[in-house]
Write a protein that binds this ligand. Structure first.
Ligand SMILES: Nc1ncnc2c1ncn2[C@@H]1O[C@H](COP(=O)(O)OP(=O)(O)OP(=O)(O)O)[C@@H](O)[C@H]1O
Ligand SMILES: [Mg+2]
Length: 268
């Protein structure tokens, strides 16, 4: 069974209309089409990179798969469970760390934050302390855990977001640009952690959005290139580059420029 399955998923963000326009054209379907008929399959234990330029739809797809946003059309399944009909079951299998992390309490320590989120996730009191220690050890924040979150570096905050995602012991981890704004060493630590620790040592499926080509080339089993809300190319680095005959950058640039097929093109 696939870890993740996406079938013809489409998302249109409505344009914010003024009262006058709403009264004059109540049924007009204006807005931004973020995803246009996305089809994807991700096998368990894969490190899957969703690669695409700004505004391609990466975050929107991650938000849909993390049950934060509903699609307008299409279906998605996590380990065979329908995202919309079996949301509670889906939530048991997923963890996510989004790009813009604003939900931590800055005046609380890392430990206190994790305790709060563990309670929010209904982790019983008897197991909470052990679980929190386990995720802190896993991400290597033992020394910083007792410090206030506002004293953390960007890299530490990102690791804390991943630690929080791991509290429920999910099989599938969604990470949205986990290395954005990080220095090369911190970025490499996160990449190695996701691929080696999460995927290879713990057998998790990692769904990783990035626009860093070299990151995807080095760490992904499979890459999907998304642009203008559509998957333009997909496969292993070897297959995408013709067994290394041409650079991934060339493949990426060509795929991003490729016009949308007529059948899936929308009005805007
Ligand atoms: N809440 C929203 N309301 C309206 N439009 C939105 C909203 N969120 C995203 N969009 C639009 O949907 C499209 C896809 O955005 P999305 O954030 O998914 O792209 P992305 O690939 O994650 O980009 P980036 O690399 O910049 O993070 C963009 O055109 C964006 O402007
Ligand atoms: Mg994004």
């Amino acid at each position: 069974m696939n870890a993740i399955e996406v079938k013809n998923v489409t998302k249109v963000y409505p344009a914010i209309k003024g009262y006058k326009e709403l009264l004059l054209h109540p049924f007009q379907r204006k807005g931004t089409t973020a995803l246009r008929g996305i089809d994807l399959e991700v096998r368990p234990g894969q490190c899957f990179c969703l690669m695409g330029p700004n505004g391609a739809g990466k975050t929107t797809l991650i938000k849909i798969l993390s049950t934060l946003v509903l699609p307008d059309e299409g279906k998605a399944f996590i380990k065979g469970h329908d995202l919309e009909k079996e949301t509670d079951e889906v939530k048991k299998h997923i963890g996510f760390a989004l790009a813009e992390e604003r939900s931590f309490y800055w005046r609380l320590t890392g430990l206190q934050n994790l305790d709060f989120f563990a309670a929010l996730n209904n982790i019983p009191l008897s197991k909470r302390r052990k679980k929190i220690q386990e995720v802190i050890d896993l991400v290597g924040l033992e020394k910083a855990a007792g410090r206030r979150f506002n004293t953390y570096s960007t890299g530490m905050r990102q690791m804390m977001a991943i630690a929080r995602a791991l509290l429920t012991d999910p099989d599938i981890l969604f990470v949205d640009e986990p290395t954005r704004s990080l220095d090369p060493v911190a970025a490499q630590n996160i990449r190695t952690f996701l691929r080696k620790e999460m995927v290879e040592n713990h057998g998790k499926t990692v769904f990783w959005a990035t626009h860093d080509l070299s990151e995807a080339a080095e760490f992904a089993h499979t890459i999907a290139i998304i642009a203008e809300g559509q998957i333009k190319a997909e496969g292993s680095v070897r297959s995408l580059t013709g067994q290394g005959s041409f650079p991934l950058k060339e493949v990426y640039e060509k795929a991003v420029k490729e016009p949308a097929p007529e059948s899936k093109a929308f009005g805007n």
